[in-house]
Design a protein around this ligand. Structure first.
Ligand code: FES
Ligand code: FES
Length: 247
């Protein structure tokens, strides 16, 4: 059926715009129409990454879902027909529980003024949705489009290091040392969203131990006190809308 309406999904919710303005960007739409202001306007021209969101699409040939980090300031809203968008609000919040990516950057002091933080979180989140166990090099590449004026990047990378293969090599924080915990609803979730993930403990974020809790790591606060990470809620990961699947 032919329709001129623009249809896409944002954080799992269907958005229909019967009369889309082709000059509107995804960033303008998110911030002004949907009031999702977590995605920031920095440069407005693709240079800073403050506006990064995850765009997911179903590959028509393989029927697998692919995830891309995208500068929302550069994406015309009409280019998003039939796609799923995930913003920083969609992966976690203080009210409903932080996502481990959000929590780690906060506890590692990787956020100061915070303006770049949503974009950096979404770049990392997208990387983890595509590669369960990235290398440090993968991680650095994922941040090539994200600028931070405050932190010098080191606390950001340190905070996220435990997601990487290099942390696995150290042993203690490695997802491969954990027993598989997700033979249940998590694996089901992955089947539904079709993410491209390699196997480790089977969880897309490689953070959950056998009890369903985030692996506690030696992350210290400013007073040199070890701080525990909150339990992860794996159900926070948005599911790719089944309506957008090709079959
Ligand atoms: Fe700077 Fe989009 S606002 S890249
Ligand atoms: Fe200020 Fe990154 S925390 S720009």
């Amino acid at each position: 059926q032919q329709t001129s309406s623009l249809v896409f999904y944002v954080n799992g919710k269907k958005v229909v715009d019967p009369d889309p303005d082709p000059e509107t960007t995804l960033l303008q739409f998110l911030r002004t129409k949907l009031r999702l202001t977590g995605t920031k306007l920095g440069c407005g021209e693709g240079g800073c990454g403050a506006c990064t969101v995850m765009v997911s699409a179903c590959d028509t040939v393989s029927n697998q879902v692919r995830h891309f980090s995208v500068n929302a300031c550069l994406a015309p809203i009409c280019s998003l027909h039939g796609l799923a968008i995930t913003t920083v609000e969609g992966i976690g919040s203080i009210k409903h529980g932080l996502h481990p990516v959000q929590e780690k950057i906060a506890k590692a002091h990787g956020s100061q003024c915070g303006f770049c933080t949503p974009g950096i979180v979404m770049s990392m989140y997208t990387l983890l949705r595509n590669i369960t166990n990235p290398s440090m090099k993968d991680m650095e590449s994922a941040f090539e489009g994200n600028l931070c004026r405050c932190t010098g990047y080191r606390p950001i990378l340190e905070g996220f290091k435990s997601f990487t293969k290099e942390a696995c090599a150290l042993g203690t924080a490695c997802c491969r040392n954990q027993t598989k915990s997700n033979g249940d609803s998590n694996s089901d979730r992955r089947t539904v969203n079709g993410s491209v993930v390699s196997t480790c403990n089977g969880d897309a974020l490689a953070l959950v131990n056998g009890n369903g809790f985030v692996d506690h790591q030696a992350m210290t606060n400013g007073d040199n006190q070890t701080t525990d990470l909150l339990p992860a809620d794996s159900t926070q990961d948005p599911i790719f809308p089944p309506q957008l699947r090709t079959s």
